[in-house]
Design a protein around this ligand. Structure first.
Ligand code: URP
Ligand code: ZN
Ligand code: ZN
Length: 464
């Protein structure tokens, strides 16, 4: 199958230029001008005049079909990846979880079973490590060397669920320092948050906004500082996930300025929403219960600056949707029982285009870097993903910069009964999306097949 995409503007992380793309089978075969003149036969032609041709988005932080807080995230690998494709994301890296008392391999197996036969786009896995011991340390080597799982998430939060102590974090970092893997850290001080939560509940503070009031930015900054110090002593890189606050960013910047290999991502919710949302009427503040929580207005200015200056390298979503009905409602009379997380997988590319590129916070190339090239490099997919060069997988977004969308749970494809951006108008959306050469979205509609997505064996990170 040969597809010629003509007259578009090809955008990469370092330049943008008018060109055509020839796709042969699953790969990009040629990039050049006036390709039609040299080709005798193509099976399909896509006219991309006035459109940008972007490398498919890579969302390096999703939680599909994830058990949490007595329920599980509302999108599985089918609905989640269909939504991702519609939003211009062609690769997700999801978090498999080590079962309590079990092996990392069991968690990985379980996530393979969740994704196989369901995923509509390609996917990889990080592994959440709940228990660092000689066996799991040996398993980390095996995952990096033989299973294509080269990154691990550890938590300084959620005591009794995910929290590991500093010694365990340090041991895991020493291991990735040796084997080329990457430790991703959820950095909030969980034990202190638990004290604040208990004290708030004792005083009868049960509403959703207390989720934010008991998770101050200072405790994110403290944990960020701590895990960076641990990585420094372990001679290992560290990646801070879902960074939300200016104070935490300052810790990353300070470390990077000293030459420490610290990386960090932020998420659209921290760029486009604020803790004002917790004051929505009734129980609606629960829509925004996530960890870290939304921060006061002003933090987003620092985050945009961080994105421009490369103190933040990625924008991922932390997509972890729970319906208001029956899921978020579990915490109706106790905010600490509200499942943590919100939907975002489908809206990332349009929100960041509208509020980033159109609003002149970032330029076109930085947009591609943040949404595709950098995640590909940091998580060992570059060359195959993250670029529109010959030989790369033909994961291509034909992006219409003028297309207007009104974001709404009713029209989006995520399997969740609300949207945090309900009613927000954005300009810029995918028109056509190809995943390994196959058109999976046409005219904004999903036309692909569930189960066609392939597991991606990732290499070690490609930047240092
Ligand atoms: O609230 C969040 N972030 N839920 C998902 C789990 C995590 O910590 O990333
Ligand atoms: Zn987390
Ligand atoms: Zn997460």
């Amino acid at each position: 199958m040969r597809t010629l995409i003509e007259h578009g503007t090809v955008v990469g992380a370092s330049d943008a230029y008018e060109a055509d793309l020839l796709v042969e089978g699953e790969k990009i075969a040629l990039v050049g001008q006036g390709l039609g003149r040299y080709l005798e036969k193509v099976d399909r032609t896509i006219d991309a005049k006035g459109k940008y041709l972007l490398p498919g988005g890579i969302d390096a932080h999703t939680h599909l079909d994830m058990p949490f807080g007595g329920t599980k995230s509302a999108d599985d690998f089918e609905s989640g990846t269909v939504a991702a494709a519609c939003g211009g994301t062609t690769t997700v890296i999801d978090f498999a979880i080590q079962p309590q008392g079990g092996a990392l391999a069991e968690g990985l197996e379980a996530w393979h079973r969740k994704a196989e036969g369901k995923a509509a786009i390609d996917y990889g896995f990080h592994l959440i490590v709940r228990d660092v011991n000689p066996q799991t340390l040996a398993e980390m080597d095996r995952l990096v060397k033989h299973e294509g799982v080269t990154s691990f998430k550890l938590f300084t939060a959620y005591p009794g669920v995910f929290l590991v102590d500093d010694a365990q974090i340090f041991r895991a970092m020493q291991k990735t320092g040796e084997n080329g893997g990457l430790v991703c850290m959820h950095a909030e001080n969980g034990p202190v948050i638990d004290v604040l939560t208990k004290q708030a509940l004792e005083k009868g503070h049960v509403t959703p906004k207390w989720h934010a009031l008991t998770r101050p930015a200072r405790l994110e900054a403290e944990a960020t500082n701590r895990v960076i110090a641990l990585a420094e002593v372990a001679h290992a890189p560290v990646y801070i996930v879902h960074l939300s606050a200016a104070e935490a960013l300052a810790e990353v910047r300070e470390a990077r300025d000293r030459g420490v290999e610290a990386y960090a991502e932020t998420c659209p919710q921290y760029l486009f929403l604020s803790d004002d949302s917790y004051d929505e009427p009734g129980f609606d503040g629960a829509k925004y219960v996530m960890s870290p929580p939304l921060r006061p207005k002003g933090n987003e200015r620092a985050l945009w600056q961080g994105l421009r200056q490369d103190d933040l390298q990625l924008v991922s979503t932390d997509h972890c949707p729970f319906c208001m009905k029956e899921q978020k409602e579990l915490g109706k009379s106790d905010f600490s029982k509200i499942p943590n997380g919100a939907p975002g997988l489908e809206t990332r590319m349009s929100l960041l285009w509208d509020g980033g590129v159109r609003a002149k916070q970032i330029d076109l190339c930085r947009y591609v870097q943040l949404t595709s090239a950098a995640p590909a490099k940091l998580f060992g997919l570059y060359g195959r993903k993250g670029t529109l060069a010959p030989g790369a997988d033909a994961d291509i977004v034909v992006f219409d910069p003028e297309k207007r969308l009104t974001l709404s749970a009713k029209t989006l494809h995520m399997n969740v009964d609300y949207n945090p951006y309900e009613g927000r108008q954005v300009t810029g959306a995918p028109e056509t999306v190809l995943s390994r050469g196959e058109v999976v979205v046409e005219g904004g509609r999903f036309v692909g097949k569930k189960g066609r997505g392939k597991f991606l064996r990732r290499a070690a990170r490609q930047v240092g």
